[in-house]
Write a protein that binds this ligand. Structure first.
Ligand code: XIL
Length: 769
């Protein structure tokens, strides 16, 4: 199909429960008890502004009620149909049925069409939006049409299937067709990148290196608020459930990494790290294992295969693993929980075994023992200490302890006990993570807590985080979720809720404010200020700046200490300072209290742009600049007689001056700031490569002479020099190089460079003398 895009293999169907995807067939089965409706919210997603057409080849041995489902807007409320814009088209009762929902009723509007004569299984179904009509074709001929009530006005189409009880629908093909001239594109995954404010928790913590994390679940990525807060505030993700045993090995030796892979992709796209949680736990075991009546030898093999497969799949990609979770009993004398499946099958040695297997599978991942109720000092905490101390003594590869920190206001351990516990684990050489913090509060029917409890909760969060900040071996602080909208608390502890930093509407709670205060380094609370006209471009030579150029910011409170970048690639955080240009982090090469030098990221589009400095996590106001496709300005120096001359290197390696001129016909190199777009794209912050050369794509000309002209015999005017190369100077960041051939002139002439339509300053160049 011309312009068609396969959506079967390109999609993420294996992530969807109830769907199996073989080499060329996607199968969806429904139990005898009811319909099975699956919607793949992770992709493919069709971005459709105009006409589009979707083709599906359906094989439906059951013949009743199997549909292709296309969703324009996912449901927005608790009922499946609230806000839902959905169209189902498929086979039903030996005909074609189209059902659509418009978001205000459980009952769809239904249309029935006849199958064309001779149609037999499988059928080729085509659903097209043509202008304001939805048209259904079967095996190439039109079966019927209806007026589109704006089902896909969102501009997106998610796909799924709806299968009648007891049926299995086989989908042999699924594709989107894009007629010429229509604006249809297909993204195979709905990967989202959060806008960074520069003052999120992750930014506040960045200077100290403490990671700020939250438990996350991939299905919520369809909620834009979820994406913004998760990516904007945190730099560490832990899958709340997706790496647990039942999720990763739903059947013996059948592994599924789909959901956790999505979380990892999100983490990578948002410059976040990801923890692994967890490999060995008494809970969340699939019934095939607990009911499997395996011998201890078989259980050992299952454990080994599981760890090898799961840790191996993420080798080099996760920063750490909770290898064993909650192995200790929760009441005195707090020994190993002997009722755990793993203990009954393998005895107490399973812990050492698991750590050794995990270490072999990914030697660079840090390995943690994770537990609850032992965060402060006391019996459980002593038991955790003794457990990990014993492991270290036996040479078991363990790097840290996760302190879960699921707290209540009444039973919370004191901050000094938490700190002492962190310190004694540190003395064993172990890191600690606050791995799952929440503080559950008594809530009313609508899930809201009292103002007094919210204030106590804020104080508790602050004291726990402060204990972590005070102990250098506390390297990560994670909460178990981040919005009260999605939290395990209400279902696990009825009557409780509101345990996290953001409320159900994603508003920051008092606990958010107290956590951000605890992250702010003392004495660094001043807001950075950019001076009026404090952004200086090309040493003031140019009013506009091009992507890739270097620029300076002058102001106050910019950094608490001076720092120079170690070299390319330039970092985006230097001396606790960040610069954002239109929300994109800029590479930095120098910071001090009064000056920050940075590169305009290549991705910033021409037009007005806002520059904002964030220092120690505190964002300053923004200042405007103008970004222009190219803004060439010749680097200059002032010579002994006060003339402004081009920084240029002659062919004999001397610097061009009034007494060291370029011979006519020889080559010389001139340096400029302000390249425009490049045909060999350079990453922001990276030096231009020596090979392949990054050439300027706009035409570049070099002219000698001004309106006063060059006197050549009787002719007055300007002379163009041959341009042998124009592009980024190899090995430099943001520096443009021009190789010219000196024309046949004699004297000092003003040189001017034009890149595209953009004209540079003038600087003297000596030729021929
Ligand atoms: C919980 C999840 O939050 C729930 O969604 C799931 O149903 C059960 O597990 N300690 C842990 C976590 O180590 O894995 C648990 O997560 C919460 C307690």
């Amino acid at each position: 199909m011309p312009g068609g895009q396969d959506m079967l293999q390109a999609g993420q169907w294996s992530c969807v429960a109830g769907v199996t995807l073989s080499a060329d067939t996607l199968s969806v089965s429904a139990p005898a008890s009811g319909y099975n409706t699956v919607i793949d919210t992770t992709g493919p997603v069709l971005q459709a502004q105009g006409d589009f057409s979707v083709l599906a080849t359906l094989s439906d041995p059951g013949t009743t009620g199997s549909f292709l489902t296309m969703v324009g807007t996912l449901n927005t409320g608790s009922l499946f149909w609230t806000g839902l814009k959905r169209l189902d088209v498929g086979l039903s009762n030996n005909g074609i049925v189209a059902n659509y929902w418009t978001g205000s009723s459980a009952n769809p509007t239904s249309q029935a069409y006849s199958l064309p004569p001779g149609a037999s299984d499988p059928i080729n179904l085509e659903v097209a939006r043509i202008g304001s009509q939805i048209v259904v074709f079967v095996n190439g001929s039109q079966a019927g049409s209806f007026a589109d009530p704006g089902l896909f006005a969102s501009g997106q189409v998610y796909f799924g299937f709806n299968v009648a009880p007891g049926n299995t629908l086989n989908v042999l093909a699924l594709a989107a067709a894009m007629p010429a001239g229509s604006n249809v594109s297909l993204s195979t995954s709905d990967l989202q990148v959060a806008h960074r404010t520069g003052s999120g928790l992750r930014d506040l913590a960045a200077g100290s290196g403490l990671l700020i994390g939250a438990a996350a679940d991939a299905p919520y990525f369809t909620d834009p608020n979820y994406v913004q807060k998760l990516g904007g505030e945190y730099n560490l993700i832990v899958p709340e459930n997706d790496l647990k045993f039942a999720e990763t090995e739903p059947a013996l030796n059948q592994f599924s990494f789909c959901a956790a892979d999505q979380l990892l992709s999100f983490a990578q796209a948002n410059s976040m790290k990801m923890r692994g949680h967890n490999l060995v736990w008494a809970q969340n075991l699939p019934s095939w294992i607990t009911g499997g009546k395996y011998s201890s030898g078989q259980t050992y093999s299952i454990l080994q295969d599981h760890i090898n497969a799961v840790v191996g799949h993420y080798k080099g990609k996760l920063v750490d693993w909770d290898v064993v979770n909650e192995a200790l009993s929760n009441s005195a004398p707090y020994g190993l929980d002997q009722t755990s499946y793993w203990y009954t099958q393998l005895g107490g040695s399973y812990l050492d075994t698991a750590f050794q297997l995990a270490h072999a599978a990914d030697p660079n991942a840090k390995l943690f023992y994770n537990d609850y109720g032992g965060e402060g000092l006391g019996g459980k905490s002593d038991a955790i200490y003794a457990l990990v101390q014993g492991m270290i003594g036996r040479g078991v590869p363990i790097n840290g302890v996760g302190l879960e920190m699921h707290l209540t206001l009444q039973g919370a351990p004191g901050a000094s006990d938490i700190s002492a516990n962190m310190a004694r684990l540190g003395a064993l050489g172990l890191e600690v993570h606050v791995s799952e913090m929440d503080v559950r509060l008594a809530v009313g029917a609508n899930g809201s807590a009292s103002a007094a409890d919210l204030a106590s909760q804020a104080a508790l969060y602050q004291s726990v985080l402060s204990a972590c900040v005070a102990n250098s071996n506390c390297t990560a602080f994670l909460t178990w979720g981040f919005t009260d909208l999605y939290s395990w608390i209400p279902s696990s502890f009825p009557g409780f809720g509101a345990g996290l930093l953001f409320d159900q509407q994603y508003n920051p709670k008092p606990a958010y404010t107290s956590v951000s205060a605890a992250l702010r380094p003392a004495g660094a609370a001043a807001q950075p200020v950019i001076n009026p006209d404090g952004i200086v471009i090309h040493a003031g030579v140019s009013a506009a700046v091009s992507p890739g150029s270097l620029a300076d910011i002058y102001g106050t409170n910019l950094a608490s200490a001076q720092a120079t970048a170690p070299g390319a690639p330039l970092p985006t955080m230097l001396g606790n300072v960040q610069v954002m240009v239109n929300g994109t982090l800029a590479p930095l090469y120098y910071v001090s209290a009064s000056q920050v030098d940075f590169q305009i990221p290549y991705s910033v589009a021409p037009g007005p742009a806002l520059v904002r400095v964030t220092s120690n996590g505190i964002a300053g106001g923004s200042a405007g600049i103008t970004v222009q496709q190219a803004a060439p300005s010749i680097l200059t120096y002032v010579d002994g007689s006060g003339s402004t001359r081009a920084v240029a290197q002659n062919q004999d390696y001397t610097i061009n001056s009034s007494t060291s001129c370029a011979a006519p016909g020889s080559y010389l190199t001139v340096y400029l700031m302000g390249s425009g777009p490049l045909n060999n794209a350079i990453l922001s912050g990276a030096a231009a490569p020596a090979s392949p050369l990054s050439q300027e794509t706009l035409s570049t000309t070099a002219t000698l002479g001004t309106t006063q002209g060059i006197t050549q015999g009787t002719t007055q005017g300007t002379t163009q020099a041959n341009v042998a190369f124009a592009g980024m100077a190899p090995g430099f960041v943001g520096l443009m190089q021009l190789d010219l051939q000196a024309p046949n002139l004699s004297g000092d002439f003003p040189l001017q460079i034009q890149v595209g339509t953009f004209v540079s300053n003038q600087a003297l160049l000596c030729v021929g003398k």
